[in-house]
Write a protein that binds this ligand. Sequence first.
Ligand SMILES: *Cc1c(COP(=O)(O)O)cnc(C)c1O
Length: 422
Amino acid sequence: MSLINRDAQVIWHPYTQMKNHLPHVPIVRGEGVYLFDEKGKKYIDAVSSWWVNIHGHAHPHIAAKVAEQLNTLEHVIFAGFTHEPAVRLAERLLPLLPGVQKKVFYSDNGSTAVEVALKMCLQYWVNTTKEPRTKIIAFKDAYHGDTFGAMSVSGRSIFTEPFSPLLFDVEFVELPNAQNIEQLKSKINYLSNEVACFIFEPMVLGAGGMLMYEAIYLDQLIETCQKHGILTIADEVMTGFGRTGKYFSTEALQTEPDIFCLSKGLTGGTMPLGVTTCNSKIFNAFLSDDKLKTLYHGHSFTANPVACAAALASLDILLQPETLQNIKRIESRHQVFSESIIGHPKLKNVRQNGTILVMEWQTEGDTSYLNGLRDRLYLYFLERGIILRPLGNILYILPPYVISDEDLAYIYQNILTALEEI
Ligand SMILES: *Cc1c(COP(=O)(O)O)cnc(C)c1O
């Protein structure tokens, strides 16, 4: 039996209607920006395998470090025990983050990093006041993950619909701009004493449709929060590790968030690992002789040494000058191409932040995730050996930083023909 048929017998895929889905491509090997299927067909991974892969597939440096760690210590319980890769990774990560981040709390993925951040904030208020705050502010089109807490602070959509009665109440606000910023600030001022925290994706909202907004307005929202003691969480799960042209998207801010959530690119896309960092204000609120003030949270694989080794190896590569040069090169190639398609009659909007280039297709009627245009675009590029997975009518390129100019040109060329043919 072929892999596709065996898969169909036993596998339930994520975000997939299993009754009438497109065929799953059987991938046997990866190298750099390329993935190879069973028949040897080559695909350019232009979405970095769900935004996680930053240095290319099967990177030899990461592979070597992971193998070395596997042969030394594969895992150890992280309560009551510690190990070099976890400590070293925290030592290297904290100074890289904007502001003064003091501690790293490990978990398994982006959603759990968000859960930990929310629990830190909510318990901060339990630990420090008699009347704890429980309200959370988030963006209307935010995406923070698929577990219940992360889902609750994500925008309501078809993904969250079946669970909506069980999601906790969140104050959703529009993305800030020149027109509405004063109104948003008034809203925060009005709610001030009830709000525990404000969680946001800095400058680019990923799964919500690669929506973008400006740092100056986020600064004003954070400043308003800080005036009322409202804690701020920067969810850099997608934007972190160079994606927006800087190591972290929040480097564009003047203000300092209290908490950061990291995952996806953290291990270079090799292994699952989540990180929640916080400043001393948060950490100190949990220091007490009262056991009730402890953060009682942990996962079986917390700070897995192999995942930490992958993250350390990925950082080695990220911090090489060549990587930043690659990021800048992609950024400028994107810019030149976007200038050539801005105003195209089939496109509603073209936007870019760092290595992310977004083309919003004109549609009639339904522009949601269920739009048939999405599948037509997806298949068009797949046939041509390019993996692009539009979010509804929103086509975007989000490549590993090692992508060559030739491969970028090939993708752009196919987008131009798609604009004619679809
Ligand atoms: C993907 C994503 C998450 C969730 O991460 P998972 O590892 O898929 O659980 C959270 N926040 C943002 C901004 C994301 O893009």
